[in-house]
Design a protein around this ligand. Sequence first.
Ligand SMILES: [Zn+2]
Length: 293
Amino acid sequence: MPELPDITVYVESLTRVIVGRPIERILLKSPFLLRSVEPPISQAEGRVVRAVSRLGKRIVLDLGDEYFLVIHLMIAGRLRWVSRGAKPGPLGLALFQFPDGALVLTEAGTKRRASLHFIRGAEALRATDRGGLEVLDIDLPAFAARLRSESHTLKRALTDPRLFSGIGNAYSDEALHAARLSPLTLTGRLSEAEIDRLYHACRNTLTTWTDRLRREAGDGFPGKVTAFREGMAVHGRFKLPCPVCGSPVQRIRYAENETNYCARCQTGGRLLADRALSRLLKGDWPRSLDEIE
Ligand SMILES: [Zn+2]
């Protein structure tokens, strides 16, 4: 799922190509994509994009007069920019035609999870905000207070969109590895020093990856948005050597999720067994990717 770094780079690229330009036409190829009824989507046509921003893991197109298009890519949704005259490539779920090109929304696989909302009013937009804090905008005391506001495993706390914004499965794995903390540690058990480490690890992970993806995209549009990236320490690297200590990266599989960690760096060498885990965690683990939103 595209997370804060990926979405940030999408927002920056979109800002370059569509802000100040009118949406000439919207073609919806999938009947499942549009999840709002009022106002009708046709009212978005002809409107000029005033700004593009990120709201959690959503992308918001501000169309002026308090009209907003809200795109949620979920797991497999991706955006592509096709310049006018270029080959359109595979048809996606939706196409937004602009004077000098088209924004194409695609979704891999067969599960239709990506969504589009066309809403009116700042209040309606606020209602789509899950309330998570932006780790890059808050100080350490605010981070600590939010982390301790509910008792959860660290994995759950970091990926809960009500607690923190824009962090999903990939960057939580990376941040926990950088902080040398187990994904299963309960938030209430953390020492001040551990919270400090986690705070800085989250911020460093998010900024480092945003910078990196921004460099890769250059002046263009992000091409390969994937959860498994070359250069990640543990995420998507089951059995591969940890870049810090060389031990094989471990995994916890839980329903559709996989969490990766290094036993030597993060859990004092202990392996976290899948089966014991489901008993232990019960409700305190994102049960499916849908649940971590
Ligand atoms: Zn390690």
